[in-house]
Design a protein around this ligand. Structure first.
Ligand SMILES: *Cc1c(COP(=O)(O)O)cnc(C)c1O
Length: 460
């Protein structure tokens, strides 16, 4: 299988190059030149597979012959061995709803499902093909720790993660800074998350610096992350349908960068019988407005109780736009040009009908988020994380919709306590964090300071 860029400026590359490239060298996102189509017999066969075997089946056409089957199976096996539940992503019934629990990985959020695999695939490709990778990223919470746990201790890889000092939750901060492996470099920036992102972007734009240090990203634009996330849609469908292709399942997806919900869209496009896909947003509702009006218009970023979704411009949206516009890179470039120039882009009436056929969408306030946590707890004793609560509230009109439970509630102590007056018991991975030793550098929000820090750490 070959991968091309949504903006048309990358010569077709194979799976390994697509994974190592991350963002397309033309600034676009990599997508398969053609998508596999699954028939009913395949879906039936897959329905009973355990998660790991299913992941191997789903990934195989996308990987092609670039990783031998046994090696790929081994990478998948290792990636999910550290999950605390034998089903990896189990379903849980509570208060009349079904939750797809995605938080049994080492950092208790769904990003582990993709980043554990991505880390192992990076390690494998670097060992095989040579080279080193120095990951640079900014985090407002969940991504940083999941990325760190994905690559900690791996040879040929360093990771630098910037977080805004004092502005991530204490649990999230400790999850990052208690990882003492020599290849993990946490940086607390005296500034905001935006400052952190600007610093990272500035260094990526400096191509000589980027090349000299083999800088790479792990943000949600890496194609393998999307692919890994499609697996749990197949898994959940198999468990619910028993493999009956006539049985459609709907999902509500707490959405920030559009990665997770795009994975669901991709699964459906490949033939998985998904009925409704609900984009659940918090007050940062650019995607909900887009589904309602066809206009994708940047707004102000608000802080909410579901911080992993406090995002205005969703980085994976461009992939959907590419398919919506008929896989036409020139049309994508034109729309993105509009967005750059005017702060918004608009699709036509026919395209809007397609958007509305593809997705439902609802924005959920903090008050509704708290009320959802409260009512679910009162009815069942089950505690939702605030992101998951957004998904449940956004799909309350259709209770048979499966809600993606994207994080463990113990990661969001304040919101949960505000809702129900108590904390969720932490899973083993979150216990004792406050008592562990930490390592973290502190820097001003300055490009020069960050450059100097990376130069000094990597020698160069
Ligand atoms: C990252 C994250 C999301 C949003 O996922 P996207 O792929 O960015 O849409 C939702 N919930 C939690 C807990 C997250 O960490």
């Amino acid at each position: 299988m070959h991968y091309i860029s949504t903006r048309g400026g990358v010569a077709p590359v194979g799976f390994a190059d697509a994974v190592m490239m991350g963002l397309g060298t033309d600034g676009g996102l990599l997508v398969p030149a053609a998508l596999p189509e699954l028939d009913a017999a395949t879906l039936r066969d897959w329905a009973a597979l355990p998660f790991q075997a299913l992941a191997l089946a789903v990934l195989t056409p996308f990987v092609g012959d670039e990783i031998p089957r046994d090696d790929l199976a081994g990478l998948i096996e290792r990636s999910y061995a550290g999950f605390a539940h034998p089903e990896v992503t189990p379903l849980k019934e509570a208060a009349g709803r079904t939750y797809l629990e995605l938080f049994h990985g080492p950092t208790a959020a769904f990003k582990d499902v993709a980043l554990q695999l991505l880390g192992n695939v990076f390690e494998y490709l670097l060992a095989r093909d040579g080279g080193t990778l120095n990951i640079l990223g900014a985090t407002s919470g969940d991504t940083g720790s999941a990325a760190i746990y994905g690559v900690r201790g791996k040879p040929r890889i360093n990771i630098f993660i910037l977080h805004p000092q004092g502005r991530v939750s204490p649990v999230q901060e400790r999850q990052m800074t208690t990882v003492l492996d020599a290849n993990v470099h946490n940086i607390a920036v005296r500034g905001t998350f935006d400052d952190c992102q600007h610093l990272v972007k500035a260094l990526f734009r400096d191509l000589p610096f980027k090349d000299r240090h083999h800088l790479g990203a792990v943000n949600s634009i890496n194609w393998l992350r999307i692919l890994a996330q499609t697996v749990y849609y197949f898994h959940a469908w198999g468990r619910i349908s028993g493999g009956d292709p006539a049985r459609k399942v709907s999902f509500a997806v707490p959405t920030g960068n559009f990665g997770d919900v795009f994975a669901g869209w991709l699964a459906r496009r490949m033939g998985l019988p998904i009925d409704r896909l609900v984009i659940a947003t918090n007050r940062n509702d650019i995607l909900t407005r887009f589904v309602a009006t066809g206009e994708y218009a940047k707004g102000e970023v608000f802080q909410t109780l579901s911080p992993a979704m406090d995002i205005q411009v969703a980085s994976n949206f461009e992939r959907y736009l590419y398919f919506l516009l008929g896989e036409d890179p020139a049309a994508v470039r034109e729309k993105l040009g509009d967005l750059d120039r005017t702060g918004s882009l608009r699709v036509d009436a026919a395209q809007l009908r397609q958007v509305q056929a593809d997705f439902g969408a609802a924005a959920v306030s903090d008050a509704e988020t708290l009320a959802q946590i409260r009512s679910t707890y009162a009815a069942s004793g089950y505690i939702l994380c605030p992101h998951t609560a957004v998904g449940a509230a956004a799909s309350a009109d259709a209770p048979d919709t499966v809600v993606l439970a994207t994080a463990h509630p113990a990661k969001f102590v304040d919101a949960v306590r505000e809702a129900i007056g108590r904390e969720a018991p932490p899973p083993p991975s979150l216990q004792g964090l406050m008592d562990k030793p930490v390592r973290c550098a502190e820097l001003d929000a300055s490009e020069a300071a960050l450059r100097a820090h990376i130069d000094a750490t990597l020698g160069g």
